[in-house]
Design a protein around this ligand. Structure first.
Ligand SMILES: Nc1nc2c(ncn2[C@@H]2O[C@H](COP(=O)(O)OP(=O)(O)OP(=O)(O)O)[C@@H](O)[C@H]2O)c(=O)[nH]1
Ligand SMILES: [Mg+2]
Length: 173
């Protein structure tokens, strides 16, 4: 008898250039591309994760953040269990733009959970950008967990995706 591991759809959302594709590639292929090209429409990747003895498959839908893809990518929200909402830690407006992303996502999938992820912490300048406190305050509106990561250095990236897998297992498996 074959056993099939549960599959969970996760979307990566956020403004163009914040590093969604870089995070997916760091996690699934453990590499980083300094000249990553913008995502045209949508990228797709999968990763098997073992959570405390349970195998699951994360389906990562990495959505293009450029405004011209907005209408197209909204079609991909359906069925998402978790959204990894990414911003760039040194550019606060990218965090506040997530309001609009999350509103549109929740318009389509009202019960989709949110992880709030600050990327590019390798570039952080002390005393500038979004503080952990500000991120927590923003995240509280969505009951979201917060993470600080760098796709470039790899810092905290696997931990964040594993927390996502853990969250999905706790809630749905
Ligand atoms: N310093 C630094 N640069 C990063 C990091 N993550 C991504 N980048 C760079 O930021 C640029 C944009 O990264 P992408 O991964 O293409 O961003 P995206 O969010 O997928 O952008 P769209 O596909 O347009 O929505 C690229 O030049 C990356 O090399 C990081 O953690 N640190
Ligand atoms: Mg991309």
């Amino acid at each position: 008898m074959s056993t099939r591991s549960p599959v969970f759809k996760t979307v990566l959302i956020g403004e163009g250039g914040v590093g969604k594709t870089s995070l997916a590639i760091r996690y699934t292929e453990d590499r980083f591309d300094q000249q990553m090209k913008m995502t045209i429409g949508v990228n797709f990747a999968t990763k098997k994760v073992n959570v405390a003895g349970t195998d699951i498959t994360l389906l990562l839908w990495d959505l293009g953040g450029q405004p011209r893809f907005q209408d197209v990518v909204m079609d991909y929200f359906k069925g998402s269990k978790l959204a990894i909402a990414v911003y760039e830690v040194s550019r606060p407006f990218t965090m506040f733009r997530l309001e609009d992303w999350i509103a549109k996502l929740h318009g389509s999938v009202p019960d989709c959970d949110i992880f709030l992820v600050a990327n590019k912490i390798d570039e952080r300048i002390e005393g500038m950008g979004v503080t952990q406190e500000e991120a927590e305050e923003f995240a509280a509106r969505y009951d979201a967990k917060t993470f600080e990561v760098s796709a470039k250095s790899g810092q905290n990236v696997a931990e964040m995706f594993e927390a996502a897998a853990q969250h999905l297992v706790n809630k749905h498996a």
